[in-house]
Design a protein around this ligand. Structure first.
Ligand SMILES: Nc1ncnc2c1ncn2[C@@H]1O[C@H](COP(=O)(O)OP(=O)(O)OP(=O)(O)O)[C@@H](O)[C@H]1O
Ligand SMILES: [Mg+2]
Length: 304
């Protein structure tokens, strides 16, 4: 049975897709049978591995016209499979509204192929709408890619509140697998401060491997390749290779803690300031929960 990991951050452009692709590639290279699920209508993950999802992707699976197994595609990396996405998926947010099982739909569908993989990685859109909720419901662990900047701290509170709500209401087994710092620039004091303060608070839940800003990582998708095939010697490739090893050690070694263990108030200058968003974030996340996916879908398209 696969370990299912979802990449979530409602902030756009923080490295969710880049992390899903490259972590997935290095998991496969490490011998783990890995499935990438593109659950974002932007379909960046799909094009980033050189595929296209038109007509035979996750939207058709959700619509019931294609079995999950029939949507599986191979990629240029041995052992790395893909369920592609396309812009059609944006329609699913509306179509799911009428379903009683709207939040667990992805979970049910992925269970049909889970035995064929060691890891399933789900890439979500930049919102906390119905697609991301489905991702959180389907997952064992949530990984939060995060840029090392002040606004990222504010966003973090909102994600944690949402995860906590999902745990309490629908998926108690969901764990915070960890926070992954991306696009790190060691020359800026702010980046160092953000890493230091988030690490002080989240301790071992912050991945030790920090992904630096590296132009090769941004070039690779335009060639339809994970960086492991595009330029395996660059610093970005080395960092994702290390991240995959760290993930395997964490997941297959000691278990991660749950978000509920994060109850203590956040201390520390930058993060304390950012965490004032907590109550508002919780209220917003509750609205997503209680008002259902119609509201969530609107949030999803607005966030884009
Ligand atoms: N470590 C890095 N160094 C340099 N560029 C990067 C790095 N990580 C990601 N990028 C680039 O930053 C941009 C945003 O990354 P990515 O698409 O992975 O973010 P995302 O969180 O998935 O975005 P969205 O929220 O829109 O789905 C892309 O152009 C990507 O190539
Ligand atoms: Mg993305």
């Amino acid at each position: 049975m696969a370990r299912t990991i979802v990449f979530v951050n409602q902030k756009g452009g923080v490295g969710k897709t880049t992390t899903a692709i490259n972590l997935g590639a290095y998991l496969a290279i490490a011998g783990k049978r890995t499935l990438l699920v593109d659950f974002d209508p932007q379909a960046n993950l799909t094009s980033g591995v050189g595929a296209s999802g038109g007509g035979r992707g996750i939207y058709e699976v959700l619509s019931g016209t294609l079995r999950p197994r029939d949507a599986l595609m191979t990629t240029k990396v041995d052992g790395l499979s893909l369920i592609p996405s396309s812009i059609d998926l944006s329609g699913a947010t509306v179509e799911l509204v009428d379903r009683d099982d709207r939040n667990i739909y992805l979970k049910r569908l992925l269970s049909e192929v889970a035995d064929d993989f060691d890891y399933i990685l789900i890439d979500c859109p930049p919102s906390l709408g119905v697609l991301t909720l489905n991702g959180l419901m389907a997952a064992d662990e949530v990984l939060i890619p995060m840029q090392c900047e002040y606004f990222a701290l504010e966003g973090l509170s909102l994600i944690l509140n949402t995860v906590s709500l999902v745990q309490k209401s629908m998926n108690p087994k969901l764990k915070i697998g960890g926070i992954i710092f991306t696009m790190y620039d060691s020359r800026t004091k702010l980046a160092q401060d953000v890493v230091q303060q988030v690490t002080e608070y989240f301790k071992d839940r912050v991945f030790r491997t920090i992904v630096p800003r590296n132009v090769r990582l941004s070039e690779a998708p335009s060639h339809g390749l994970p960086v492991a095939l595009y330029d395996p010697t660059c610093i970005g490739a080395k960092s994702y290779e290390a991240l995959a090893k760290e993930l395997i050690a964490r997941v297959e070694g000691v278990g991660a803690k749950t978000a509920r263990e994060d109850g203590a108030p956040v201390q520390g200058s930058l993060f304390a300031k950012a965490s004032r968003i907590d109550s508002e974030g919780l209220a917003k996340a509750s609205r997503i929960d209680s008002e259902g996916p119609a509201k969530a879908s609107r949030a999803e398209s607005k966030d884009r």
